[in-house]
Design a protein around this ligand. Sequence first.
Ligand code: NDP
Length: 477
Amino acid sequence: MPVFEYAPAPESRAIANLKDHYKPFVNGEFVDGSGEPLKTINPATEEVLAEVGTASKSDVDTAVKAARKAYTGVWSKMPGTERAKYLFRIARLIQERSRELAVLESLDNGKPIKESRDSDVPTAAAHFFYHAGWADKLEYAGYGPNPQPLGVAGQIIPWNFPLLMLAWKIAPALATGNTVVLKPAETTPLTALVFAEICQQAELPPGVVNILPGAGDIGASIVEHADIDKIAFTGSTEVGKAIQREVAGTAKKLTLELGGKAANIVFEDAPLDQAIEGIVNGIFFNQGHVCCAGSRLMVQESIAEEVLEKLRYRVSTLRIGDPLDKNTDIGAINSAEQLAKIQGLVEAGDAEGAQRWTSPCPVPDRGFFFAPTVFANVHQSMRIAREEIFGPVLSVLTFRTPDEAVTKANNTPYGLSAGIWTEKGSRILWMANQLRAGVVWANTFNRFDPAAPFGGYQESGFGREGGRTGLEAYLDV
Ligand code: NDP
């Protein structure tokens, strides 16, 4: 039931400066990787965007050697004031090329341009600005008078926030004096390779940043490499566990940012219209491809019907379609595999007896799209309440008392984030103390700031990214 008619308002794809072929970036240069080239597609149209050269195991070795040489020869010796200048330059260049990066990200990932333009790219720049500020102040960070870097960091990132996850990884590593070998996800390598161009533009010394496109086996080769000092991984819990097993017994330091199944808890005294916006943002932002998504809505029983009614109305106004259209709210699912996973879990929800409502919005015929979906009458034992769907699908449960809300919210093997909606400040503080989640938002959701540490409990991983605490992961402390 759309309220307004919108004329198409597409951003120009020419801004992306799309090339036919992209290459791995090793020792300051784009090189022919010796892996099998991959084709990256636009998930909104299924067209091939570009061919991308990939790394092989021997390229991983070359990149680690380049990173080691840059670490010992240049980067670890450089005063923090000088390293900071490079980070500032990178941040400014991300800003200068922000439209190009935003359009390219939306083409390769499928996310709406308004999100890549207003959230991903500015927050990526903000991470470099923030960490540039730390580079010459590390002795005041609380890790001793002269904290030392670790060495070469191997970093593996997922497809849901390609440029932003790169920034979360690379900015603190460089600020603290480490060098980097990073693998972007197979389905979203393009903005990482434009970032490599930015490293060249910033005249970053060769080898400080190396970027190796490839599949999971290249990630595994980075993890296994004997001359890597630290592994930082964001992705699925399954792969995170495999990495932890591999790293066990070695001297490698490890941080894992894994999956989630966050409870977004709405009390009867909450400002409801504000809460509805927060619920929508919590689960439909980035098609629900968000590790901290508020995918389990928990509503106090007395307002459950009212919330569901308002929510269905609001969700029915979301526009799904062309990611490059400035009016699009929900873009494409990143891959056919992810779409199949979402469909499978939604079918499980039907089979287990949850009550499904799907937005009647028109869905494009081509590309990987999934209409926003809300399941009511969800029980804790159902798969849709327990497993990470990683798509635009919300599971709604109810509770009667704050204690019951806490018990149900904590009934998960994950523990990445949670949301609380209530007028009562005392209840916010009490709930936040009880919830086993790394981040708790109150009367808002999905707020990110480079100064705020982010990370999980239990199967959501360990270690923090961002803020002063995030520096620890890259220092020998
Ligand atoms: P993965 O965990 O497989 O991918 C994350 C990154 O790890 C990618 O770069 C991937 O490479 C790489 N990788 C894969 N296997 C290995 C390995 N054995 N060793 C080292 N690196 C490896 O996530 P998927 O993309 O397969 O998504 C599956 C599910 O994971 C999603 O449905 C979602 O539930 C969850 N997920 C959670 C994320 C989060 O932020 N918490 C992010 C992404 C997914 P490549 O992509 O090239 O295979």
